[in-house]
Design a protein around this ligand. Sequence first.
Ligand SMILES: Cc1cc2nc3c(=O)[nH]c(=O)nc-3n(C[C@H](O)[C@H](O)[C@H](O)COP(=O)(O)OP(=O)(O)OC[C@H]3O[C@@H](n4cnc5c(N)ncnc54)[C@H](O)[C@@H]3O)c2cc1C
Length: 508
Amino acid sequence: MTRAVVVGSGMAGLTAAAYLARDGCQVDVFEQADHIGGVTTTFRKDGFAWDLGPLMIEGFAPGEPCGRVLAELGCADRIEFVRADRGVVFPDYRLQPPSEYIGPYWRRDRLKELFPGEADGLDRYYEFYDTMLDLMLLARRSEGAGLLRSLPDKLRMARLFGRVKRFQTWNSKQLMDHFFGDDRLKALFLGILADLVVRPSDFMGLAVPAVNQETAFDRRLPAKLSSIGARTTFQYVVGGCSRLVSAVAGVITEHGGHLHTSAPVSRVVISGGRARGIELASGEAHDADLVLVTGGARECFFELVGRDAVPASFTAELDDLRLMESVLMVHLGVDMDPSRHQSGALDYHYHTYDLEGAVARIQAGEYHEGNDGFLIYIPSFHSPEMAPPGQHAITIYTVAPNKLRGGWEARRQEMTDKLLDRAEEVIPGLRKHARVTVSMTPGDFRLRTHLDHHAFGGVSPVMGKSGAPHETPIDGLWFLGAQSETAGGVNNVTLGARTVFQKIKRGH
Ligand SMILES: Cc1cc2nc3c(=O)[nH]c(=O)nc-3n(C[C@H](O)[C@H](O)[C@H](O)COP(=O)(O)OP(=O)(O)OC[C@H]3O[C@@H](n4cnc5c(N)ncnc54)[C@H](O)[C@@H]3O)c2cc1C
């Protein structure tokens, strides 16, 4: 029987472990924290519950890419999802799902009202958007399908690609300048890049539609908008993200696998150019035929494996990884009804139109103190059980540099207060009504994830750069998770774990 060790119990590690366990491997998952799930964790205090990491996840509905993973693992029916969407608020305008559904292109039409001079550019952008979404769908469908079966889709892709080919070397700044004149409108499509900590001039233009899928902005949008097929939708996990973790973890244990918590791995044992197992910080050793590591790429190869065990060209690649930054997060349990101030569960507030400058500053280690923007998430809107009756769980967070001059700990209270000052401009009285307040700094995230540099979504999607490869220079050692997928995301790490399993099955 093949023995597999998985380091880390986030969604990447658990998904890979579940596939391996179902396939008959003897699987052991080692997690340094005292609970499984990595950042996909729901924590509770005084009757309130908040998600530590992912809020809105992509593609988990039945038939969608991650929904199919759950079905393959046999645990899809153990998790309840609701369709999710989010509002966007800028200093001069806001785009929030209207109370009555008014069609799939309501954002385009509303933008035309707000920016009448941009009407032609908006029509052209949305045509480009539809082409790109069709291309994404065709690419996904033809992945893994045999040559003959995928031939019609590939021919269709070639035809469609002709329409957007001229943009293929453009960055997102050039693309926005091509369609629009007003910086306030460009910022709507570029805003999410601040979260991904990538400058518009470093982000691929063709990928702008992928990070601005209209289904993310109105949960009533039908998935099937094009003759080509259904587009992906976005979900919240009812009751919190740890239910997703429990369902996948259940697959591992039901197939004889073991989950070990409070078990930091300190070394990957290598001999004869092959991974032979791991050693825990406690000194305990576990032999294995396969070792799958998640978490930090540099931590994996420089600390657990050792720089000397991998070629210099590989260490140079890792030194060059463009990691995202971290987040400052404040969780509140309030005895008030915030629905008068925020109608949906999630709103992104941007206070700047200068995304290029905002990202450059955070990359230089400068924290904006909440002044560039933040988001407000109220999970108890979609899952009332996440707060006592009549009360609400609220999470406010913003991107923040992994390290702060003077240290995060020394400035925790000051930075928490500053973020809450900004949030109270949206929902007045938050502090007065707070029964519970829990803040999480990048320092806390570093500890929870065992990373030297906490990058909240892993590797930044910089043009021409990729994440750490799944296949490593050491036989039997695989690397997966947020730092192997550009733009992280629960969907990407889940699908990446499935890809690793398939490669292992095929013998690469
Ligand atoms: C605040 C926040 C908000 C986010 N929002 C979203 C969102 O809305 N939608 C979305 O799709 N994604 C979101 N993400 C990103 C997404 O959650 C992550 O990219 C993804 O969950 C990462 O999964 P993972 O398994 O790679 O890593 P993790 O969840 O970090 O798991 C890695 C695990 O490995 C363990 N580990 C590391 N080293 C060792 C070791 N040596 N020994 C033992 N254990 C070890 C760590 O303790 C950790 O538990 C968010 C992330 C954060 C932090």
